[in-house]
Design a protein around this ligand. Structure first.
Ligand code: CP
Ligand code: NVA
Length: 307
């Protein structure tokens, strides 16, 4: 059966844990210098309608390490940028490549693409969700502690695509997530309501210190995401008091780690001291994009993925 990777809630807990195990295994094999060309001869098209450093490079290098190849496509030099319908692009690319990774604005565009695609489609970030990043974040957490069951995660800042994917992860995996977001910047009800209805241990906290209290992970993201650049100054006002700084980290568990998907704005959502400090795991987190996405690719495209 054709399987996409569009949102974490499309997967069962065991499926996500299996992807994380595979990611850890692939990381270890790479560290030992052991070839793992599990996708020999396969091609991945990568369609980017927004900027990227980590997603682009980790998918491209990941496909190469797996024995396949990746093609970078941007609207500037493909017909999609001149208005070719997404459903036509999906059907055509499906005839050439074995999978497509898309970074776009609307989740609807991604879902439409997936509906018309006959090969697996991977969400490389939309305005709504960033599930690949969450896999890397969970891998980073799993490397530092046993199991995810009693995990408490604090989200501080915008209720954006990253916050939404954290909610999905908490919903599927069962850990506790507290989100402190300024008024008017809470997560979308489209994401929060179904999670709460499904019994997810997710709640909104009144302020950052309440969210961080005893948490094992403190995480945040930029105040203005891609596409919201013109809201930067109004958001800076609204988000005053919502930075992760020494005081917020001091309220968390003493062994807590700090995560940020990057790029980060030092002195806005996170202080320089926290980002560069001993609790920061952001460079491992960024590296883990590579290993987690290789695991997604092998899961969707590898020999065992058929049927
Ligand atoms: N975290 C992340 O997705 O980074 P890029 O925008 O550089 O891909
Ligand atoms: N929320 C950010 C994440 C960037 C990786 C954005 O969408 O721009």
């Amino acid at each position: 059966m054709l399987k996409h990777f569009l949102r974490l809630t499309d997967f069962h807990r065991d499926d996500l844990l299996a992807i994380l195990d595979l990611a850890a295994d692939l990381k270890a094999r790479q560290a030992r210098g052991e070839p793992h060309r599990l996708l020999e001869g396969k091609s991945l098209a990568m369609l980017f309608e927004k900027s990227s450093t980590r997603t682009r490079v980790s998918f491209e290098v990941g496909m190469c390490q797996l024995g396949g190849q990746a093609l970078f496509l941007s609207p500037r030099d493909t017909q999609i940028g001149r208005g070719e319908p997404v459903q036509d692009t999906a059907r055509v690319l499906s005839r050439y490549v074995d999978a497509v990774m898309i970074r776009t604005f609307s989740q609807d565009t991604l879902e439409t693409f997936a509906r018309f695609s006959t090969v697996p489609v991977i969400n490389g970030l939309t305005d709504l969700l960033h599930p690949c990043q969450l896999l890397a974040d969970l891998l980073t957490v799993a490397e530092r502690r046993e199991g995810l069951d009693d995990l408490v995660v604090a989200w501080v800042g915008d209720g954006n695509n990253m916050a939404h994917s954290w909610i999905h992860a908490a919903q599927v995996l069962g850990f506790t997530l507290r989100l402190a977001c300024p008024e008017g910047y809470e997560p979308s009800e489209e994401i929060l309501a179904p999670a709460l209805a499904a019994g997810a241990r997710v709640r909104l906290a009144a302020e950052p210190l309440e969210a961080a209290d005893g948490a094992h992970v403190v995480t945040t993201d930029v105040w203005a995401s891609m596409g919201q650049e013109e809201e930067q100054s109004e958001r800076e006002e609204a988000f005053a008091g919502y930075a992760v700084d020494r005081q917020v980290m001091a309220g968390a568990d003493p062994a807590a780690i700090f995560l940020h998907c990057l790029p980060a704005h030092r002195g806005e959502e996170v202080s320089e001291e926290v980002l560069e400090g001993p609790q920061s795991a952001v460079w491992d987190e960024a590296e883990n994009r590579l290993h987690a996405q290789k695991a997604v690719l092998v899961t969707l495209l590898g020999e065992d993925s058929a049927g």
